[in-house]
Design a protein around this ligand. Structure first.
Ligand SMILES: CC(C)(COP(=O)(O)OP(=O)(O)OC[C@H]1O[C@@H](n2cnc3c(N)ncnc32)[C@H](O)[C@@H]1OP(=O)(O)O)[C@@H](O)C(=O)NCCC(=O)NCCS
Length: 261
């Protein structure tokens, strides 16, 4: 599998490129480059996060064959109506899109469940996702990252962090040393994940959350903005506050617990 990763045009580009290659040879063949080339670049999702991804990648995505350097896929064509300068960039619905060989996709849906579903559907149709790392992100020498990830400006990825597929780290988010961020997780702006944390598949962290060291957050759990999590979190729960308390628990989890009892 080849992943295109944009690493920026900084002084340390060559260094970063070497690090990425060395750290990922056992799972991915990564081709890091200063600009990313494709026949068409398509941003999946044209909501708030999609428009942010468009902004962060401006000047970094180069299209060889399309009239537009970048276009959006979104099931809601009206989502860009309030932004006349972007309206013409809507290409088509995710549900009807058929990948062309030269297409490269960036995943820009923030909701973990929706992005995992869209990612799986598009890959099953043959789509190819790239991962994007903004040049101002601070990167340790030995992290790993999958496909379809967006690492926004000023994010920090510390030593020995493992990041799965379709993970987004918004502006200023931090993944602490030895942490694992599984597929589909969304880290909102300035969320702060301490060392040795395990974020299971599909976890959503609101803005400015803090997760203390060695905590495990169960799959598809949601942590409210500004919360501080000090103990393990069960799957499919919503936690809020300082320290975070459980405020809701999905019916699925009730059913699973009932069965286990
Ligand atoms: C955790 C979250 C996803 C839950 O959303 P939800 O299930 O729709 O919950 P609601 O917004 O209906 O709020 C439910 C209750 O919790 C309260 N609440 C919501 N978010 C809260 C928070 N972060 N901390 C404390 N209380 C909160 C609400 O006031 C409401 O209280 P009430 O029942 O007394 O009226 C959402 O509250 C949240 O924090 N989202 C993060 C947003 C964010 O950071 N986005 C990133 C954008 S880049």
């Amino acid at each position: 599998m080849t992943v295109q990763i944009f690493m920026g045009d900084s002084d340390t580009f060559e260094q970063q490129q070497q690090s990425i290659r060395r750290s990922t040879t056992d799972c991915l063949d990564i081709k890091a480059q200063k600009t990313m080339q494709a026949e068409r670049w398509l941003i999946v999702g044209a909501g708030g996060f999609g428009r942010e991804v468009y902004s962060w990648t401006l000047g970094h995505l180069h299209s060889t064959a399309a009239d537009f350097p970048v276009q959006f896929l979104d099931d809601n064509p009206e989502c860009l109506d309030r932004f006349p300068e972007l309206r013409s960039m809507w290409l088509e619905r995710i549900s009807t899109y058929s990948p062309r060989p030269g297409d490269r996709l960036l995943m820009a849906i923030a909701d973990p469940g929706a992005k995992l579903t869209a990612g799986a559907t598009l890959i099953s149709r043959g789509a190819t996702f790239a991962s994007y790392i903004h040049p101002t992100a601070v990167l340790a020498h030995d992290f790993k990252i999958g496909i379809g990830c967006i690492i926004c400006p000023l994010s920090v990825i510390c030593c020995n962090v493992r990041i799965g597929d379709f993970v987004s780290m918004n502006v200023g988010a931090l993944a602490g040393h030895d942490s694992v961020v599984h597929d589909g997780c969304t880290l909102s702006p300035h969320s702060n994940v301490a060392g040795q944390v395990d974020l299971e598949r599909g976890v959503f962290l609101g803005c400015q959350t803090v997760i203390l060291p060695k905590i495990r957050i169960g799959e598809f759990a949601r942590i409210g903005a500004g919360s501080t999590v000090i103990s393990h979190v069960r799957p499919h729960t919503t936690m809020m506050g300082v320290p975070a308390k459980r405020v809701s628990w999905s019916k699925n989890q009730d059913a699973a617990d009932h069965k286990a009892a």
